[in-house]
Design a protein around this ligand. Structure first.
Ligand code: FAD
Ligand code: DLZ
Ligand code: SF4
Length: 512
């Protein structure tokens, strides 16, 4: 029986379900660079270059292992333009008894794949993506019947299930979570090590030329291009992180410093999400570092919580709630995305820095995504569709399964509190505490009102006032609502007035 096995751009793992039991004598492995995938949103140039190069390297590895690989390049004359059309062409030209797929990372792709069997008249089998540590069924069993799906409780179950950072039936250190130790600003004069980078080889050079040629109108800088593009290189990024950054990961997890986009983060999301690394090996290496005394518990637990907790949780939540999740807009946010999200042209230094780094690197670390960019999107009431699209475009690690819960649930509270117990809303003083952006800003973070005041300051209160009906009874917002309620009418009017001036400027595309 001859099988056609399609491997997607984010399925570059030798352990992939649809590669198991592959019959090298008659099966065909198909990989294809296609327009439908490059254009459903206009991805950052670096994201396309990274994936195409990683796909091409992976196909070479499969060929070297003796597999029969058909690789469709983007500018091949006969490129069929979509995954389905590429599959259909091979099924027409060859004798194929069965098409084997691995569950994709986005609902739109799954919905498409589910129609292929009827269209092709050939059996199509969609296998579970076993690279994740919680199956979709396990997540659904955990989530069923719960009103709120708190990550913390899911994470504890995962720690027990994978016996990770456990001492018998107790968490190591007798606490599940060491987050309270992980909120330090970076001391002056302390510089994180540079990121691990790679010079483009011939395959990557060819892809870079292709991206210049075909995607010049997409967001972001293509060069310098320094990502890992093979598993071997991705493993190097991981081992340098474990050896040189992990020990400080916890302490400075929430810190932001102008000119330091990489901090003590791991920079492995690109490689985990495309399949070059597996979450299991990442977690094992981090736990080993703790067990051998190379990194403290607050760092290792903090890091493992991201991978074993958040990453698995958002994936479970996405599939548990799709397709409805994409329409959530609890706060009825309507404002279009300001143009400065594309050109960084704003006097708000924190935003300008984070957007510039996003454009340069196709990367920003979590707190930049959450507490600067996301916080602004929340306070300004930006429409979830536009915010989701932006995040999906600009980061090289972005796929809907991980991007959407972070945007819809975490930053916009658009799911009404399914993911987060309260909106991650903050005034300028949080950004000032965790970064040095305010020292270089046109606005004054200490001023609450008026033309020089940091816009986050009045937008924060205006957000609470605007959404009082929906958020006023949230127990975790009791303190700020009590403060708001105690404000004089005059102060409340001034907050509303300054916010209206700000929004008007946004609407008329003036620089803010
Ligand atoms: P580290 O800080 O070193 O963390 C280690 C790993 O933990 C990451 O590589 C990632 O795999 C995982 N992780 C950490 N936080 C999360 C989280 N909240 N959700 C899921 N996994 C997490 N991550 C993506 O991989 N793709 C996205 O498209 C994406 N979009 C985001 C959008 C918003 C609005 C926010 C707030 C977060 C988003 N994240 C996304 C999560 C997180 O910001 C990135 O995973 C992280 O910044 C990647 O950098 P790193 O590898 O250096 O991570
Ligand atoms: C993101 C992406 C891009 C830009 N291009 C391709 C491609 O040409 N071929 C491919 O197989 N996959 C690509 N991908 C990744 C897919 O979009 C991804 O597999 C789906 O979004 C499901 O997660
Ligand atoms: Fe951002 Fe306000 Fe600080 Fe400026 S003053 S950097 S706008 S938080």
């Amino acid at each position: 029986m001859a099988c056609l096995r399609l491997i997607l751009g984010d399925q570059l793992s030798h352990s992939l379900a649809s590669l198991q039991d592959c019959d090298k004598t008659q099966d065909i492995i198909l990989m294809a660079e296609v327009k439908t995938e490059t254009s459903y949103v206009k991805h950052h140039k670096k994201k396309i270059a990274f994936l195409f190069s990683a796909m091409r390297h992976f196909s070479e590895e499969l060929k070297a292992l003796g597999h029969n690989v058909f690789y469709r390049k983007y500018n091949d004359q006969d490129n069929q333009g979509s995954l389905y059309a590429e599959v259909a062409l091979i099924c027409k030209q060859q004798t194929i008894d069965k098409v084997i797929l691995t569950h994709p990372g986005e609902y739109r792709v799954l919905a498409d794949m589910q129609s292929w069997q009827d269209k092709l008249g050939i059996e199509v089998s969609i296998q579970e993506d076993t690279r994740f540590l919680a199956s979709l069924e396990e997540f659904a069993n955990w989530a069923k019947g719960r009103k709120q799906l708190r990550m913390e409780f899911f994470y504890r179950e995962m720690r027990k299930a994978w016996y990770c950072l456990m001492d018998g039936d107790k968490p190591v250190g007798n606490k599940w979570n060491f987050d309270s130790a992980n909120r330090k600003a970076l001391p002056k004069g302390m510089h994180p090590p540079p990121p691990t980078t790679f010079e483009p080889d011939d395959i990557t050079q060819e892809v870079i030329s292709l991206v210049h040629q075909e995607f010049s109108d997409h967001f972001g800088s293509l060069e310098p291009f320094q990502f890992a593009v093979t598993r071997e290189q991705a493993l190097q990024v991981l081992s340098v992180f474990i050896a040189k950054r992990l020990e400080n990961f916890g302490d400075y997890q929430d810190a932001m410093v102008q000119g330091e986009p990489w901090m003590y983060h791991s920079h492995i999301s690109f490689y985990l999400n495309s399949g070059l690394l597996t979450p299991k090996e990442v977690i094992e290496q981090a736990e080993n570092a703790y067990r051998h005394g190379h990194a403290p518990l607050n760092a290792v637990e903090g890091f493992i919580r991201q991978v074993l907790g958040w990453r698995e949780y958002v994936r479970g939540l996405y599939w548990f709630k799709m397709p409805g999740y994409q329409n959530e807009n609890f706060l009825n946010a309507k404002r279009p995305l300001p143009s400065f999200f594309w050109d960084a042209n704003t006097r708000m230094n924190c935003l300008s820095q984070c957007i510039t780094e996003t454009s340069d690197n196709a990367y920003a670390h979590h707190i930049q995504r959450l507490m600067v960019l996301g916080n602004f999107a929340l306070l300004a009431g930006l429409h979830p569709d536009e915010v989701n699209e932006w995040y999906l475009i600009v980061y090289a690690d972005a796929y809907e399964w991980v991007e959407m819960p972070n945007v819809t649930g975490m930053i916009l509270f658009a799911d009404g509190g399914l993911l987060a117990s309260k909106p991650y809303a903050a005034s300028g003083s949080y950004i000032n505490k965790m970064s040095n952006y305010c020292q270089h800003c046109h606005y004054n973070v200490k001023e609450k009102l008026g033309a020089q005041a940091c816009p986050f300051n009045y937008l924060y209160w205006d957000f609470l006032e605007r959404n009082k009906e929906k958020l006023g009874s949230n127990p975790r917002l009791g303190m700020p609502y009590r403060t708001l309620n105690k404000m004089t009418d005059e102060k409340r009017l001034a907050i509303s007035r300054d916010s209206q001036i700000f929004f008007k400027a946004l609407e008329s595309n003036e620089e803010v």
